[in-house]
Design a protein around this ligand. Structure first.
Ligand SMILES: *Cc1c(COP(=O)(O)O)cnc(C)c1O
Length: 404
């Protein structure tokens, strides 16, 4: 008789975005004439840039010719893409990540969820609170997080590092020593960042206590301030304590195309076992590789045309962020973010809970955002708006919010 993985039963029921969708659907059904504007979901809206479309077309044509047809992709990804990444994302930032330390994947979400497989089941994880839910959920499914308390909305065996207005959204070093530290900067949902010096403190700490930092840099392309690092390897000593996850979703619109990568430096070791060789083993066994066509499209991101076109897309979204910030400021809201990330994180007015404010915005302004409490207990009383909509919708949504 088979048995199931009981850890799945411990996960709290409904996922944030399914509850949001249910509420929006119910409201729209009851009010079919209302135009609802979504400033909630972390998905892009701009179409793929011409340089990427061109690369996709030519790769498709190659697949139809015997001489240039490609079957299974190499385990770590095609050399042309890994070299483009090493040069464009790492050498250009003065860091020494080699092409063979890069593992191409079908997106950062899978990597963020799967990376915990490298570590012992009794590893203790630390996460910022609030944060992207994938880190905790994947560890919960693996059985690493203890029991879930529905009152505190916390797992018994997770170290939560609150990031709130009080500490300017910068987590303090934990009192209890973790084995794995998940950091996401620029942060989803708060849009906050760490400076290079602030991140260096974490790298020093991890090396000192023998922890690994799992650094999610999905929003790297949105960084506008000079003292915010684009990669954790800008910090000294990161090669011996940090893994970095990156995505083509938010910088190049690949949310439906699927491409990402993970960096594991060869210096990152547990005794004499290298995590790089473990992940290579995993890739060889459990991973099919991102398709050639998609990896070709990914390489186009690093061409001069691709870079210029994508910089325009990022600028488009960040202009939306400006519209949101200026509107919220006029309306008297307190908020952070929108400078190095496409997210604006606001404090709900009049001590409303996150879900109360969600309902209020939906019903009074027909605007959909994301309740902060869905990203962790310290997100209660906060609310996320995203700059990923169209300009026209963003302007209209903000006009409505200003009239409330
Ligand atoms: C969107 C997002 C990802 C997921 O990226 P994919 O490559 O689309 O899987 C990873 N991390 C964070 C913080 C994100 O917001």
């Amino acid at each position: 008789m088979f048995k199931i993985n009981d850890n799945y039963q411990k996960l709290p029921g409904s996922y944030l975005f399914s509850t949001v969708a249910k509420k929006v659907n119910a409201y729209q059904t009851a009010n079919p004439d209302k135009k609802i504007i979504r400033l909630g979901i972390g998905d892009v809206t701009q179409p793929l840039a011409p340089a990427i479309i061109e690369a996709l077309h030519s790769a498709v044509d190659e697949m139809g010719v015997a001489e240039t047809f490609k079957g299974y992709a190499p385990d770590l990804g095609y050399e042309f893409l890994r070299s483009a990444i090493a040069k464009g994302d790492y050498a250009s930032r003065g860091t020494d990540i080699a092409a063979d330390e890069i593992f191409v994947s079908d997106g950062a979400k899978c990597d963020c969820a799967n990376i915990q497989e490298l570590f012992s089941l009794d590893s203790k994880i630390a996460v910022c609170d609030p944060v992207y839910p994938v880190y905790v959920d994947s560890n919960a499914m693996a059985g690493r997080t203890g029991t879930y308390n529905f009152d505190t909305e916390k797992w018994s065996n997770v170290i939560y590092m609150p990031c709130t207005v009080e500490n300017d959204f910068v987590p303090e070093l934990p009192k209890e020593t973790p084995d794995l530290i998940y950091l996401c900067y620029p942060n989803n949902p708060s849009g906050s960042t760490l400076t290079r010096d602030q991140l260096q403190v974490w790298v020093d700490y991890a090396n000192k206590v023998g922890a690994v930092i799992l650094f999610d840099a999905a929003y790297e392309a949105y960084i506008s301030e000079a003292d915010v690092p684009h990669t954790i390897y800008e910090c000294e000593g990161a090669r011996t304590c940090a893994i970095e996850m990156r995505s083509f979703s938010k910088n190049a619109g690949f949310t439906g195309v699927r491409l990402g990568f993970t960096v594991i430096p060869k210096d990152l070791k547990c005794g004499d076992v290298s995590l790089h060789s473990m992940w290579a083993r995993r890739h060889g066994t459990k991973y099919n590789g991102a398709p050639y066509i998609i990896q070709k499209a990914g390489a186009a991101v690093y061409t001069p045309e691709g870079k210029a076109q994508l910089a325009q897309q990022v600028a488009y979204y960040m202009n939306n962020a400006k519209v949101i910030k200026e509107g919220l400021k006029d309306a008297g809201y307190t908020f952070t973010g929108g400078v190095n990330a496409p997210y604006i994180w606001l404090k709900t007015p009049n001590n409303m809970t996150s879900w109360e404010f969600f309902d209020y915005l939906l019903e009074r302004a027909n605007v959909v955002g994301t309740p902060g409490s869905g990203f962790g207990p310290s997100g209660e009383g906060y609310f996320r708006l995203t700059a990923f909509g169209t300009y026209e919708n963003t302007v209209e949504a903000i006009e409505r919010i200003k009239k409330l």
